[in-house]
Write a protein that binds this ligand. Structure first.
Ligand SMILES: Nc1nc2c(ncn2[C@@H]2O[C@H](COP(=O)(O)OP(=O)(O)OP(=O)(O)O)[C@@H](O)[C@H]2O)c(=O)[nH]1
Ligand SMILES: [Mg+2]
Length: 299
């Protein structure tokens, strides 16, 4: 028997469908997904283990220009995933045009990294494949030979991605897996719980607010049959606080109800979730808040 192991960085612009793809490939919900850009903030490992291979996908934040210290943390996380990867998957939203920023990013990625880069054109469930030919030609003209059309939502063509990745990874006579075969992510339960709360906040809140919120878990107590969670939804402005609370507390109640259902299905026991809203002005520029909320690069 021979074995294969590899780190696979999944990069691309915000909203391209990276987290949806990592969840689909690992058949687990490792990362939250939302229609809002910049949903993912940390590198998150999604691990797929079979009898003969272990693939460790690194879901990354969407590539974007840095405007604050949080953005810098996110962009640094992407670079570290790219430089540590055996294979890079660059995901493009097939419903959008390739803009100058993305073309430049692809060109510099190719120059900078030695790892093979596979370009994935996503969302083919909603775009006609014939419309995608000019897009794939542009990418081929940049010198990319591996281009796959797929839908991360329906799973169409995702097997082809696995086959392509495996074609790049060396074979080993001994089992070279680096992670326990039962693990499907590197993140703690507490992290997953805070992300579920953020996912519901992203889902229900209007565009301008989600970018400025963070979830800070203040109490996390697991008893045999019940999990107690207290969490602050931290925002940047008093006006945002009243929107997050909503009329008569209706918004925060809705976020809490939906989050609790998902957390209960994750942990398999009853959950008592209490949410509070706190204002911390300009926390995205404040290094001590960023560290407190887990947005700190290791170096
Ligand atoms: N129709 C369709 N929608 C998709 C597909 N893949 C992802 N989406 C949707 O695209 C939106 C963004 O998906 P995410 O997986 O959160 O995208 P992302 O690249 O991780 O985004 P960031 O974390 O912000 O960088 C969500 O509304 C998804 O449901 C697809 O194949 N088809
Ligand atoms: Mg994401």
């Amino acid at each position: 028997m021979s074995y294969q192991f590899g780190y696979i960085a999944v990069v691309g612009k915000p909203n391209a469908g990276k987290s949806t793809l990592v969840n689909c490939l690992t058949q687990n919900k490792v990362a939250i997904v939302s229609p809002k850009a910049q949903t993912t903030r940390n590198n998150i490992l999604g691990i797929l283990t079979t009898k003969t291979y272990q693939l460790v996908f690194i879901d990354t934040p969407g590539v974007h220009k840095s405007k604050n210290a949080l953005d810098k943390f996110m962009n640094k996380s992407i670079r570290s995933a790219e430089s540590g990867a055996d294979v890079i998957l660059y995901l493009i939203d097939g419903t959008k045009n390739l803009d100058a920023f993305e073309l430049d990013y692809l060109k510099s990625l190719k120059q900078k990294e030695d790892a093979p880069i596979v370009v994935l054109i996503n969302k083919i469930d909603v775009v006609k494949k014939s419309n995608l030919l000019p897009l794939s030609k542009k990418i081929a003209d940049l010198g990319f030979n591996d281009i796959i059309f797929l839908s991360a939502k329906t799973g169409e063509n995702t097997n082809q991605i696995i086959d392509t990745i495996l074609s790049f990874l060396p074979q080993s006579e001994t089992k070279n897996f680096l992670y326990d075969e039962d693990y499907y992510t590197d993140k703690s339960l507490k992290f997953m719980v805070s992300e579920i709360i953020r996912e519901k906040a992203l889902y229900f809140l209007n565009d301008e607010i989600p970018h400025g919120i963070s979830i800070n878990i203040t109490n996390f107590e697991q008893k045999p049959n019940i999990l107690y969670v207290d969490a602050d939804i931290v925002c940047e402005k008093d006006s945002h606080k009243s929107i997050i609370i909503g009329k008569g507390g209706s918004m925060i109640k809705k976020i809490g109800q939906y989050a609790r259902v998902d957390i209960e299905s994750l942990v398999g026991i009853k959950v008592m979730l209490k949410l509070f809203v706190k204002v911390k002005k300009d926390w995205r520029e404040n290094l001590s808040f960023l560290t407190e909320f887990g947005y700190k690069n290791e170096d």
